[in-house]
Write a protein that binds this ligand. Structure first.
Ligand SMILES: Nc1ncnc2c1ncn2[C@@H]1O[C@H](COP(=O)(O)OP(=O)(O)OP(=O)(O)O)[C@@H](O)[C@H]1O
Length: 626
């Protein structure tokens, strides 16, 4: 017998589960049943594609049984794929998913107490330690002769030793603790299976002892004669819900199916059920979770859509089933026309899969559009969670760009809440010819930008964009209904506000511009006269196709900004007192100091600290003491 230690993260996860999910401990049963169902899915699939396993004859099932009395136990058994010696070590000694590991590491103390959040990632097998002092797994992998027994009390170590099992599959026995005793009960188990696992595709049987009383016959004491009968009953519906006629299904059916297939304890925002009977036959059932999945913005997110072929489970781990930007969608795709032994490579180029994917994307987007139109409150909930991934779609899904442009929302300098591009266009005064936006930074700093005043004065709304993908996405989109997008912190937007008088004034200021340019030689690309600043002396802007100063900083922080030194353009307000002082002076050192502070404070206003803070402080001090 070998004794092994859990990887540290397992001990952490165990601790977290036991403390945060305590009030919801019944979910352990759902987790174990779902593992059994996965194991049956895997065997069903393997026995179709692996010659060695083709001969195995079995009827897939999950069995529950329990013992009463002082030492109560609960057993969950399946005849699925089973686990080898190494599988037991790999699967039950570590946390397999790196997403879960990262998620755990990033949790704050408060979040650790939020059972909804914890429940979102698969707490899985380890949740059994909430109700058991000791857990024993006897498992035999399909195609192997040797079975193995894994035992742990959940306190840092486990053992693995040889064991016997008649056929392939796993038997998990929980030695219930005080908190778990209530689960060694027929009614409790039936209720929980109905609640969480009714739609599991395999039959779940419960074995129990039924006491019969025979009034005709009396025992020695004259009481009705008691006999105990062992009964085994199926306690779930065991049907693929998505294959049932839509007219038969109620909202409750969908919601409980959603909860049983995800780890979400809340209802989905909405669902979309499609049964296509055309040249390609398939069923899709998609759910939009009420809250964005915790790993939505991790590169190694877990995809939420499962693929079935003729009701046989194929995979839940294929990121190609839907485009990446729809990674928050949960649900199933069940095709009648794909081969069962479809591999990942085949899936990627398969014509049938392509048609299903394209139709699914169209269906999802059109449903989003119709909700935006008919149910604005629901749409706000939806877009609050999923605006960002949809924006990624603008960049990556050229074919659906028009639709996506109508779906994304922005904050605005003029209005609260979310603004669509259609409504932005509607609000435009006749003189306005472009869509103005300001990206980069948080909402407060964008609202405070000195660049906004001039647009406000003209009645032009400016879209404020706080997502890190905005700049990239919007510059790739270019236009909306022939209106160009213009970033107001770029030089291309400067001319729009200038009238003839201002142009003349700007010309007259050429000597001042030249003075500052000379003083800031090597630090700015250009100095231009502003027609839009009122309360501040200067701002930094970027040339149209260059990365903004903030973007450059971000790229450098990510180690990608080598050789990236695009100088900013300084836009000056010639009516400001500071500029008038520079204009009036002939003292080179004064002009140089004033210009330097002018640039540094403009950078500061966009959140960028002076390169040499000591020098900056010294110059400011010098100027103030003059
Ligand atoms: N009854 C079972 N039969 C075969 N393998 C199992 C069984 N139960 C668990 N396993 C294996 O142990 C692994 C870990 O299970 P666990 O429940 O902790 O996480 P999971 O099911 O992979 O993740 P999640 O719960 O997020 O879906 C599973 O991925 C599976 O490989």
């Amino acid at each position: 017998m070998e004794q092994k230690k859990f990887k540290t993260e397992v001990s952490q996860l165990l601790n977290l589960i036991i403390h945060s999910l305590y009030s919801n401990k019944e979910i352990f049963l759902r987790e174990l049943i779902s593992n059994s169902s996965d194991a049956l899915d895997k065997l069903k699939y393997q026995s179709l594609v692996d010659d060695k396993l083709r001969e195995i004859s079995y009827t897939p099932r999950i069995d529950l049984s329990f013992t009463e009395g002082d030492k109560r136990t609960l057993t969950i058994s399946d005849n699925g794929i089973g686990m080898s010696h190494d599988d037991l070590n790999d699967n039950l000694g570590t946390i397999a998913s790196s997403g879960t590991r990262k998620f755990l590491a990033n949790l704050t103390d408060d979040q650790k107490k939020d059972s909804n959040l914890i429940g979102q990632f698969g707490v899985g097998f380890y949740s059994s330690f909430m109700v058991a002092d000791k857990v024993e797994v006897i498992s035999r992998k399909a195609g192997e002769d040797q079975a193995w027994k894994w035992i742990s009390t959940g306190k840092g170590t486990y053992t693995v030793e040889e064991a016997e099992r008649e056929s392939q599959g796993s038997t998990i026995t929980l030695y219930l603790n005080e908190d778990g005793n209530e689960f060694a009960n027929r009614w409790q188990l039936e209720q929980l299976v109905k609640k969480y696992s009714d739609h599991i595709a395999y039959p779940i049987y419960l074995a129990y002892d039924k006491t019969n009383y025979d009034n005709e016959k009396k025992d020695a004491e004259g009481n009705p004669l008691k006999t105990v009968e062992r009964k085994v009953e199926q306690i779930n519906a065991a049907a693929a819900l998505w294959r049932r006629a839509k007219s038969e299904l109620k909202e409750d059916d969908y919601n409980s199916f959603y909860k049983s297939m995800t780890y979400d304890s809340s209802d989905p925002l909405f669902y979309i059920h499609t049964q296509a009977e055309g040249t390609i036959q398939y069923t899709t059932l998609f759910f939009i979770p009420g809250k964005a999945p915790f790993d939505m913005n991790y590169a190694d997110y877990k995809p939420g859509v499962k693929l079935y072929v003729k009701r046989v489970y194929i995979t839940d781990d294929d990121k190609e089933l839907l485009p990446t930007y729809l990674r928050f969608v949960r649900g199933i795709i069940d095709s009648e026309d794909l081969p069962l032994n479809v591999s990942r490579e085949i899936l990627q180029q398969n014509r049938v899969m392509n048609s299903i994917r394209n139709a699914s994307v169209k269906k999802l987007l059109s449903e989003f559009s119709s909700i935006a139109e008919k149910n604005p409150d629901l749409y706000v909930k939806f877009i609050t969670e999923y605006n960002r991934p949809l924006k990624e779609g603008l960049y990556s899904d050229y074919a659906n760009r028009e639709t996506l442009l109508e779906l994304v929302r922005f904050q605005s300098s003029e209005r609260d809440g979310f603004v669509s591009l259609a409504s932005y266009k509607e609000h435009m005064p006749e003189s306005q010819k472009s869509i103005y936006y300001l990206a980069g930074g948080d909402e407060t700093s964008l609202h405070a930008s000195p660049l906004l005043a001039a647009y406000k004065k003209k009645g032009y709304e400016v879209l404020l964009m706080t997502d890190d993908v905005d700049d990239l996405v919007i510059s790739s989109v270019g236009t909306y209904k022939d209106l160009p997008f213009k970033a107001i912190n770029r030089t291309g937007a400067v001319d729009d506000l200038q009238d003839e008088v201002q142009k003349e004034k700007a010309k007259e200021a050429t000597p001042l511009v030249e003075k500052i340019k000379k003083a800031l030689d090597g630090r700015v690309k250009d100095v231009v006269v502003s027609s839009r600043l009122t309360d501040s002396p200067a701002v930094v802007v970027t040339e149209d196709n260059a990365p903004t100063v903030r973007m450059q900083q971000m790229l450098k922080a990510m180690g990608q900004g080598d050789g990236l030194d695009v100088l900013p353009v300084l836009e000056i307000n010639i009516d400001d007192a500071m500029l008038r002082k520079i204009d009036a002076s002939n003292d080179d050192s004064y002009i140089s100091d004033m210009s330097s502070v002018l640039l540094d404070q403009a950078l500061l206003a966009t959140g960028i600290l002076p390169k040499d803070p000591v020098k900056f402080a010294r110059i400011v001090h010098g100027l103030l003491s003059r």
